[in-house]
Design a protein around this ligand. Sequence first.
Ligand SMILES: NC(=O)c1ccc[n+]([C@@H]2O[C@H](COP(=O)([O-])OP(=O)(O)OC[C@H]3O[C@@H](n4cnc5c(N)ncnc54)[C@H](O)[C@@H]3O)[C@@H](O)[C@H]2O)c1
Length: 244
Amino acid sequence: MKRFDGKVAVVTGAAQGIGEAYARALAAEGASVVVADVSAEAGEQVAAEVGGLFVRTDVSSHESAAAMVEAAVSAYGGIDLLVNNAAIYGDMEFDLLVSVDWDYYRRFMSVNMDGALVMTRACYPEMHQRGGGAIVNQSSTAAWLYSGFYGLAKAGVNALTQQLAHELGGMGIRVNAIAPGPTDTAATHKQAGDAARELVKGMALKRMGRPDDMVGACLFLLSDEAAWLTGQIIAVDGGQTFRS
Ligand SMILES: NC(=O)c1ccc[n+]([C@@H]2O[C@H](COP(=O)([O-])OP(=O)(O)OC[C@H]3O[C@@H](n4cnc5c(N)ncnc54)[C@H](O)[C@@H]3O)[C@@H](O)[C@H]2O)c1
């Protein structure tokens, strides 16, 4: 008996990077996995490799989210678990809050912050119908460190996590978040180059995270072992941040 046998898990942004690691781990633990991503070629490949379903999904679009839910329900009969991992990250522009192009800012926030809410609104009725479920939102330590609109979106994800935990708790749906520190993905290399390696010198554990470092926390938060745990933001960051 595997930990997620009989469960249906939607992972957004699972075509590559940390989301891909989540999708692979959930499938290995018995879940039927829906890879929901805008990137079709890579997403199809991950889905095929984990025996799951790829659905091209833009997390900022209610229509796209609804179509993903329809496809998931028709393939697997429902939804139990949702990981809101998708974000504009590797290709993001660098600018200040006071000068960033307004249209870009709004598009960015609609994916990186509102995307988790759009997907939750689309998926929670299916979880409710199955008697409950669990959601993990992908935050970042950037929420607690100055990092412009990227950090602002993640601070929003943290607040969403706490608000939604209250709104959905009565239905047996738990909502938590993981805040990774600097993690070795292709997107991080593109975005930060060697700067991320410099950053690790100031961390308690002197190395960057790997996608697999996030997997344990994600599976735990989605599992029944975390049955009385909701509204929490768990930093998986090699000791980059300490909160008291
Ligand atoms: N890598 C890090 O150092 C790090 C640290 C902290 C938090 N995070 C967060 O972890 C998550 C994954 O990071 P990663 O390094 O694997 O990034 P990544 O860029 O490799 O993966 C992001 C995925 O999201 C998808 N995506 C982008 N816009 C989308 C949209 N509108 N709808 C659906 N899918 C969309 C992309 O196609 C991609 O597959 C992100 O939320 C990121 O902010 C990453």
